[in-house]
Design a protein around this ligand. Structure first.
Ligand SMILES: Nc1ncnc2c1ncn2[C@@H]1O[C@H](COP(=O)(O)OP(=O)(O)OP(=O)(O)O)[C@@H](O)[C@H]1O
Length: 408
């Protein structure tokens, strides 16, 4: 095994007792350090069985699985938990235990001191964006679905394992929360550089999260194991093509970043300006709305002529709250933000939330048209591969980042 490999499966099979056909048959794959490998495939194809054999929640019938050079069958439970974190839907938290007890569970099993556990719990809650003072003593049912999921991630990270297994971790959340959790997790992963096996049946999620994606068929047979870009551009066979589904070009929205397309300028006005001044500016510029900003040039709301009533004296609370995206967000994130805000534009902001430009629906449509043309040309064997989202030196993709104004 080379140093680069963190997990290897060699000819692994699983036949459940009483079943004629194996659920997983003769699967071999290697997973490199720091990558997120997504297992994706139709229901019942064996994704979960394959993943659970890595931490021996399910024992393989035959074959060999190594994690960081050690055969998992040779490791005892404590050692396995130290090496492998596990996240499932809704966090899989124990309902009668506080957030702190849930997160501190593995360190407690590992025999850490009370003080060390407390410090670690607070550190992890901070890391996943939950204020310890506010959340450590709550019960899981006193948290939203997204917060439970964050606690689940914190718990899996508690003993700082090099490997994380994630089984449809964001599956039970609504689309907006899911998107936010995915983005947060990718941002976290940039720092943590864990080796992650991630199971989902959602191909869009696979494209967004995966450094590489294994498309599985029956009995976990690997149909294709490739980067998202190559899967979209060159599906190995018809079945993979069907699974990817129509609109591969649209899915590439997940692979292009906001800073790869042209932005426009908005008509900026300070929030303290008068409605009369706004109307004058709209008249002079012909813009559909002005963008109000605070003294730090952080965008607040779009204000159009119809938002202003005669006799109005202030812009407070007037207009539509803006959706903001960072230059590193994907075009898919920008589109989702636009749809979520009910407005055909996202405001691009820097790390401090300051205005940088506007990505509007027309620029987005142009980018989609360009991608479609590249795809059509490629089908005719003429074009080069489409521009890609730059990858980090370790091969992982830059994370996306989208925030709505309310979430700041
Ligand atoms: N404990 C079990 N005993 C017998 N058969 C099982 C058991 N667990 C799973 N199976 C069978 O093994 C096959 C693979 O199941 P598995 O849960 O790994 O699939 P999956 O791809 O994760 O499915 P899904 O996407 O629906 O969660 C299925 O046919 C399932 O019915």
């Amino acid at each position: 095994m080379t140093d680069d490999v963190m997990i290897s499966l060699e000819n692994v099979s699983k036949r459940y007792r009483g079943q004629k056909a194996p659920a997983v048959e003769n699967v071999s794959m290697t997973i490199r350090r720091g990558e997120i490998v997504v297992l994706v495939g139709p229901s019942g194809c064996g994704k979960t069985t394959t993943m659970k054999m890595i931490n021996r929640l399910i024992e393989p019938s035959s074959g060999r699985i190594c994690v960081d050079g050690a055969d998992v069958t040779s490791l005892d439970g404590t050692e396995l938990r130290r090496r492998i974190g596990y996240v499932i839907q809704q966090g899989g938290l124990f309902p009668h235990m506080s957030v702190a007890t849930n997160v501190g569970m593995v360190p407690k099993m590992l025999g850490w001191s009370r003080r060390r556990i407390d410090e670690r719990v607070d550190e992890l809650l901070h890391l996943v964006g939950l204020e310890p003072g506010q959340y450590r003593n709550r019960l899981p049912r006193q948290l939203s679905g997204g917060q439970q999921q964050r606690v689940g991630v914190a718990r899996a990270l508690a003993a700082d394992p090099p490997v994380m297994l994630m089984d449809e971790p964001f599956g039970a959340t609504d689309p907006l929360t899911r998107d936010r959790l995915q983005n947060e997790f990718l941002r976290l992963q940039e720092k943590l550089q864990k080796t992650i096996v991630f199971v989902t049946h959602d191909f869009d999620e696979a494209i967004k999260m995966g450094t590489r994606i294994a498309v599985l068929g029956e009995r976990s047979r690997i149909r294709q194991f490739d980067t998202p870009e190559r899967l979209l551009a060159e599906p190995a066979d018809k079945t993979v093509g069907q699974f990817i589904g129509a609109g591969a070009a649209l899915k590439q929205l997940n692979l292009r970043r906001v800073d790869a397309v042209e932005w426009n300028e908005a008509e900026l006005m300070h929030r303290d300006e008068s409605p009369t001044a706004v109307l004058r500016r709209l008249d002079e510029s012909g813009a559909w709305a002005v963008l109000t900003v605070d003294s730090e040039r952080r965008p607040l709301r779009w204000v159009g002529p119809r938002d202003l009533e005669p006799g109005q004296t202030s812009l407070d609370g007037v207009g539509i709250p803006v959706a903001v995206v960072e230059p590193r967000a994907t075009l898919q994130d920008a589109l989702d933000a636009m749809l979520g805000a009910g407005c055909g534009a996202s405001v691009v902001v820097d790390d401090d939330g300051r205005y940088r430009g506007v990505l509007d629906i027309e620029s987005l449509m142009r980018a989609i048209r360009d991608m479609r043309e590249v795809e059509r040309d490629r089908d005719r064997g003429m074009a080069e591969a489409p521009p890609r989202l730059p990858r980090q030196s370790d091969g992982s993709r830059d994370s996306a980042s989208v925030r709505t104004l309310e979430s700041r």
